[in-house]
Design a protein around this ligand. Sequence first.
Ligand SMILES: [Fe+2]
Ligand SMILES: [Fe+2]
Ligand SMILES: [Fe+2]
Length: 333
Amino acid sequence: MAFSSEDARAKKATSNEEIVALLLEDMKGEHAAIIQYLQHAYKIGEAGGEIPSEIEGIARDEMRHFRWLGELVAELGGEPNMQRDPIFLDSPSTNDLLSLDVDAEQRAIDQYRDHIAAIDHPKVTLYLNRILMDELFHQGKFKDFVEEMGGNQAKEAASNDTGPWNKNPNPLSKDLELNSAGQVVAADLERKNRDDHPLVKMLNSRVQMEYETILIYLHQAFISRNPTQRDHLISDRAVWHMTHMGTLGEAVAELETRPEMELDFSSAFLSKVPVEPEEFNNWAIGREKSLLENTENLLEETGDIDEGLTNELKRLEGHNRFQVEQFKIEKNN
Ligand SMILES: [Fe+2]
Ligand SMILES: [Fe+2]
Ligand SMILES: [Fe+2]
């Protein structure tokens, strides 16, 4: 039975089922916030000085919120899903982009206030109040960023689908791409649809692979009854893959193209993964191996032409080798 925030004013959510329904809504919002903020951080890039790394810090807070909510859902007997609220990625200027984040925090603040009023459960209320405190703080930070970037805090955010992505390619850029023979050459910046660059496509398919892996590991962590497995999956795996997704996402953004962070969020992609700990471990070894293979392909294809990217990929390769072995060792313990 669905329990919406409209019912909330009428009566308190006291059954686990009712509370879970509200927490699942909150999870969707946190998931959207994580991805929207990461995308904005990548897009703003160096032009924003310290702002992108501060935004990534806020995205990490949202990740902690997401984790708390997922664990609470599982604790109350619910099934955490990995769905996501809509995200807003385009705006005419950077300060408008940041106004979209002020708005996102406002939606979160309103929703948490509603849910805190609706839920009668001391532990859940304790956590939601803590999260609300963070969201209020985040909103203040985003308002400061808007002003730092020369915008007006009070202005309504303008969102549209004709943002700077793929528009006005910078003629001074030293962007690279793969030609049909698989060689890395200077990118044809006059070309209209740059999303189909082979290099961008390769990097983006990896971004999606990392994203999917993160969601699968987090989901397993939320439902796991083994606290060690839970902790390892989050702190040792999901967090590292998050770093990798960032590395690749930034590389895509540097090519003036949007990192591809869309997945089928229905349960389809979760249902292909076994949840029994040993079977999950085997599945994860396979996944880490294919990530390693993918890194090796990327290294081969991009060669030593873009030194910065190559160094990042070599680091990734080292991480991948470690992560395969790490799962294997755990399997034997
Ligand atoms: Fe949050
Ligand atoms: Fe927030
Ligand atoms: Fe990774």
